[in-house]
Every structure is written in structure tokens, then in C-alpha cells.
Design a protein around this ligand. Structure first.
Ligand code: NDP
Ligand code: MG
Length: 385
């Protein structure tokens, strides 16, 4: 039976992996909406290839260019944030949420409000909105499937198990490309070095997050919302080979792990086919060739991000959204060459600690206000540092 899908962030890394799987199983899927931020050319190409109903570009001023690129195709073109949310709310069996950053929150909430299945890669949206998003999932009878490889692993290890019987959840972390660098070396890390991930091929923002360990910090908060077992039961272990994607330990001492190649098509396929399975072009896992799987505790002296995330998650309310927004501003500044690598965590810590945070957001509008407020404070800090 044909299923329908919308891909938010279609021109990105997760978007490309998703569409690769759709391409390989073309007859099984009908594409409703594809979206991008500014990459009109690739968006139009993908919309034509997949015969999408609508293509949406987030930047308003690119509507004309998108219309030109889609001329004669019969595909609807739209632009701007409201159009993005409207397209996300169009009926689809599954919505792949693969926009990067809190910019994806409005579209994710619009998809949730149609009560459909949302495959969530866009962790920043869940980190910022927290209970506002989980409550909306409940209210609208939507299904949230985790695309993030760690959360997808945990989700798979929980099949047939009960959260009440979970003793611990362990998120594995590759440690990123700068894992073995000294503090002094980290001060000198360039954007090119920070995004050169040893195991995963990802967008620039998450690659920097992986290098700072903010990715694992965001994932800790993400896991806390997706699998409510209590923050104290969620652990992080560095596992440089990225073969075990995460683990669940049950109260009888059994630990279940999910293993696989470092390719996002595996967790994406698990979401697209859920609760069934689908083929992917992966080679069989060759553990003898891999040889060794190693593990060590994270070093929060050199990489304070996981500590900051745990503290923000414990504080709750506006703290996780503030942490996320400050990190987004700091990462953009680092990628633009405006601040050194080690300033990212310092900035986040200062934004979280310098002023009193607003009260816990209760609505999407309040979540977005927390986000804007933290961005304003982080940007002001950039001007003074
Ligand atoms: P990319 O940077 O590769 O792609 C981001 C996508 O979002 C692009 O389609 C981009 O459009 C679009 N986009 C960017 N900014 C905006 C905006 N302001 N409004 C609307 N659309 C926007 O990111 P990734 O694919 O790497 O990551 C996407 C999400 O998935 C992130 O939240 C990330 O943390 C998460 N994730 C990614 C993994 C990976 O392997 N890449 C693994 C696990 C999670 P355009 O091309 O026009 O700029
Ligand atoms: Mg991950």
C-alpha cells in the first residue's frame, strides 16, 4: 500500500538520507511536501524528481525563484514561515522533521497537531519545547518516532519492555573529531577541524555540536522527554567506534543494545517502516573487521556541555530552551569565524547563569519567546566579547 510522506529539511543531510530510501522504494511512497531554507535549486530538483504536491522555501524573498524553478511542473510553490507550517499540517502518513535548530519547532508542532506520525530528527525542537511538545503529542494522538540514532536505538531496545522496568539508559557518544585534543589545542580548533567527524557525515551545526559534546547534551534532554525514566537514570558513555548506538539496562541486569553502521539510513528506515522493517543498502555488520569496541567516561573538564545540559534539564522550565538557543547562536558565530571553539560552552554557561530566566513556557508562543530572549542575550554577549 502506498504511504504519503512530507520531508521538512529535504535538502539537508537527514533529508537526503530519507529521500534516498524513498527513491529505492519509489512505488511505496507518495511525496506531499518538501521544504528547505534557501537552497531553491536542490529543492526544486527534488520536488520534480519525487513529484511532490508542494515545495516550500523558508525565506520569503525566494518565492519568485522557486516558482521559476518549478515552472511547468504543476507543483505548488510557497515561501515563508507560515507556509512552512501550513505544508507541515497537510495530511501525510508520516512527516520527517529534519530542519536544523529551533526554526523547525513551528513546523513540527503543526505536524503533531494533525495527529500523524512524526519522525523527529530535529532534536532542538524537542529540547526547546519539552513538555509543550510531549503534551501536544498526547493531546492530538500523534506518534513521535525518534530518528536520532541513539534514541532510535533506545526505542528499539524498549520494544516489548516497560519503562518502569528500566534501570538505566546509556547514550553512547563518539566523542567527535576533537575527542583526544588538549584544552590548549581545543582553543585553536578551526571550523573545518570541528566539522570533520570521524564516523558520521552530517550537517555543519550538528557536527560542531558533536565536537563540543553539546550534541550529547541535547540528546540527554531529548532522551529525558522521550523516555521518562528520570534524568538520574540516563547516562552517557564515550564509544569512539559508534557501533553500539545506545543501550537499555533492565532491572534484572539484562542490557539490550542496538548495533549498526554509522549511517542515518538505518534509524530512518526503522522509522519509515515502523513497526515493520524495510531493506536498506547497508553491508552486513562485520564485527571481526571492526575488532574492538571501547568505552570511557566523558571528560566534562574539556567538554562541559553534558554537565551544562544535565543542569539545564534538572532546572527545567526555560533553561533547556535557553541552553539550546545560546548554543545555536554560539555555533553560528564559531562557524563564521567570530569566536574560538572553547567560547561556545562559555557563552552558553554565561547566558544560562547571568540573568534570571523567564518562567517555564506553557505554550508554543512562550517557548518561542524564551528562544528569542536567549538569542538576544547571546548575540549581545557576542558584541562584547
Ligand atoms: P543540514 O544542515 O544538513 O540540513 C538542514 C535542513 O534544514 C536543510 O534542508 C535546510 O535547508 C533546512 N533549514 C535550515 N535552516 C532552516 C530554517 N531556518 N528554516 C527552515 N529550514 C531550514 O542538517 P542535518 O540534516 O544534519 O540535521 C537536521 C536535524 O537532524 C538537526 O536537528 C540535527 O541535529 C538532526 N540530526 C542529524 C543527524 C545527521 O546525521 N545529520 C543525526 C541525528 C540528528 P537549506 O538546505 O536550504 O539550508
Ligand atoms: Mg545522535
Amino acid at each position: 500500500m502506498t504511504r504519503s510522506i512530507s520531508v521538512l529539511g529535504a535538502t539537508g543531510s537527514v533529508g537526503a538520507s530519507t529521500l534516498d530510501l524513498i527513491r529505492r522504494n519509489r512505488d511505496d511512497w507518495r511525496v506531499v511536501a518538501l521544504t528547505a531554507h534557501s537552497n531553491v535549486e536542490d529543492l526544486a530538483k527534488l520536488a520534480r524528481e519525487f513529484g511532490a504536491d508542494i515545495a516550500v522555501i523558508a525565506q520569503d524573498n525566494l518565492l519568485g525563484a522557486l516558482r521559476d524553478a518549478l515552472a511547468g511542473s504543476g507543483i505548488e510553490a510557497a515561501a515563508g514561515r507560515a507556509a512552512l507550517c501550513e505544508a507541515s499540517a497537510r495530511p501525510a502518513d508520516i512527516v520527517m522533521a529534519a530542519i536544523v535548530g529551533c526554526a523547525g519547532l513551528g513546523p513540527v508542532m503543526a505536524a503533531i497537531e494533525q495527529g500523524t506520525t512524526v519522525a523527529l530528527a530535529n532534536k532542538e525542537a524537542l529540547v526547546s519545547a519539552g513538555e509543550v511538545m510531549t503534551a501536544a503529542v498526547e493531546k492530538h494522538g500523534a506518534t513521535l518516532l525518534p530518528v536520532d540514532s541513539e534514541h532510535n536505538a533506545i526505542f528499539q531496545c524498549l520494544q516489548g519492555g516497560k519503562l518502569a522496568e528500566v534501570r538505566t539508559i546509556t547514550l553512547t557518544a563518539s566523542g567527535g573529531p576533537l575527542r583526544t585534543w588538549t584544552k590548549a589545542q581545543l582553543d585553536e580548533a578551526t571550523p573545518a577541524q570541528a566539522i570533520a567527524h570521524p564516523n558520521w557525515d552530517m550537517g555543519a551545526k550538528i557536527s560542531v555540536d558533536s565536537a563540543t559534546m553539546f550534541n550529547k547534551g541535547l540528546e540527554l534532554i531529548e532522551a529525558h522527554h522521550m523516555f521518562p525514566v528520570g534524568l538520574d537514570k540516563i547516562r552517557i558513555v564515550v564509544h569512539p567506534q559508534s557501533v553500539i548506538h545506545s543501550m537499555v539496562e533492565y532491572r534484572d541486569g539484562s542490557t539490550l543494545a542496538q548495533l549498526g553502521p554509522s549511517d542515518m539510513r538505518v534509524p530512518i528506515a526503522s522509522c519509515l517502516a515502523y513497526p515493520a522493517r524495510m531493506d536498506t543498502p547497508m553491508d552486513p555488520l562485520d564485527l571481526a573487521a571492526i575488532g574492538e569496541l571501547t568505552f570511557h567516561a566523558p571528560d566534562e573538564e574539556r567538554f562541559p556541555a553534558t554537565r551544562l545540559a544535565r543542569e539545564a534539564s534538572q532546572a527545567g522550565g526555560a533553561a533547556p530552551g535557553t541552553l539550546n538557543a545560546a548554543n545555536e547562536v554560539a555555533v553560528a558565530a564559531f562557524l563564521a569565524g567570530n569566536i574560538p571553539f572553547s567560547r561556545i560552552a562559555l557563552m552558553v554557561e554565561r547566558v544560562l547563569s547571568e540573568t534570571e530566566l523567564p518562567p517555564a513556557p506553557q505554550t508554543l508562543e512562550e517557548v518561542l519567546r524564551v528562544d528569542e530572549d536567549a538569542r538576544r542575550r547571546a548575540s549581545a554577549m557576542l558584541e562584547t566579547c
